[in-house]
Design a binder for this molecule. Structure first.
Ligand SMILES: NC(=O)c1ccc[n+]([C@@H]2O[C@H](COP(=O)([O-])OP(=O)(O)OC[C@H]3O[C@@H](n4cnc5c(N)ncnc54)[C@H](O)[C@@H]3O)[C@@H](O)[C@H]2O)c1
Length: 261
């Protein structure tokens, strides 16, 4: 999508971390942004210092009526949304499936997968009608391969986001609407604290020190570039390929075994 033609971007989970990095990168290119977040305090803090092309709207992405209200409020100011970034999410809770409380599983799926579908439900049909627009969905490297025990429910949701994005891209492409799936590796954000803040549970990561040179600002720049080129995928960390390749090789071996069948 030509960003010079972009009139309004709507970014969920935009008050922190990757969402804020994406919002800043789009605003720097002159695109008015609405950041939608469940955290009203963080929204006020972030929008207060960012000028009048940057607005906040309170939204819990699980709430379908809330989506309609947020959409109406945002579009009354900046007009129809032509870039939707479905990014809000919470962290894995660290429990293996056998030990996980059902409400933890439900919460992770409701925010990390259904919340993204809710965004598509609110905006995709109108973008298709207008014949323009772009949708970015935040998955994760955990949406491309399973990793360590305890990330399972998160991975289920993120694989779902991968599938949703690929399918949506096929459906929207003939109508001039682009779709990109974003696969971040580890990026230092407030994901753990924010998950606890909204009532989620997380594993204590004190024994696992995760660091990364990739920042939300880097990811923001990658997203802008991907929207402009209509890329299907953004993979933020190159090393992720090792895990993906292992999975694909195992699948390939299973297919080769059936060759001729
Ligand atoms: N940080 C990483 O290493 C990493 C890696 C892979 C994927 N991701 C994904 O990136 C996305 C952004 O996470 P982040 O790391 O920037 O974390 P973050 O906590 O800094 O930002 C997430 C924002 O989403 C908001 N939010 C949470 N639930 C919400 C809801 N139901 N409705 C509206 N807003 C809600 C939070 O208040 C917060 O402002 C998530 O989907 C996460 O799964 C992050």
């Amino acid at each position: 999508m030509d960003l010079a033609q972009a009139k309004h971007a709507f970014i969920t989970g935009g008050a922190s971390g990757l969402g804020l990095g994406i919002a800043d990168a789009l605003a720097a290119r002159g695109v008015p942004v609405t950041i939608a977040d469940i955290d009203a305090e963080a929204l006020a803090r972030v929008t207060g210092s960012r000028g009048n092309i940057f607005r906040g709207v309170v939204l819990d992405t699980r709430d379908r009526e809330g989506w309609q209200k947020a959409k109406a409020e945002a579009e009354a100011v900046f007009g129809p949304v032509d870039i939707l970034v479905n990014n809000a999410g919470i962290a894995p809770n660290g429990k293996p499936f056998a030990d996980m409380a059902a409400d933890s599983f439900d919460r992770i799926l409701a925010i990390n997968l259904v919340g993204i579908y809710n965004g598509v439900l609110a905006f995709a049909a109108e973008m298709r009608e207008r014949g323009r627009g772009h949708i970015v969905n935040t998955s994760s490297q955990a949406g491309l391969m399973t990793t360590v025990p305890g990330v399972g429910a998160y991975s289920v949701a993120k694989f779902g986001v991968t599938a949703l994005s690929e399918q949506l891209r096929t459906e929207m492409e003939p109508h001039g609407v682009g779709v990109t799936a974003l696969f971040p590796g580890f990026v230092q954000t407030n994901l753990g604290q924010n998950t606890v803040k909204i009532g989620g549970d997380i594993r204590q990561y004190s024994d696992v020190v995760m660091t990364s040179d990739v920042t939300p600002a880097h990811v923001g720049a990658m997203v802008v570039e991907a929207i402009e080129r209509n890329d299907p995928y953004i993979v933020t960390h190159k090393g992720v390929w090792r895990g993906i390749e292992k999975r694909f090789n195992a699948l390939k071996a299973a297919c080769d075994f059936r060759d001729g069948a």
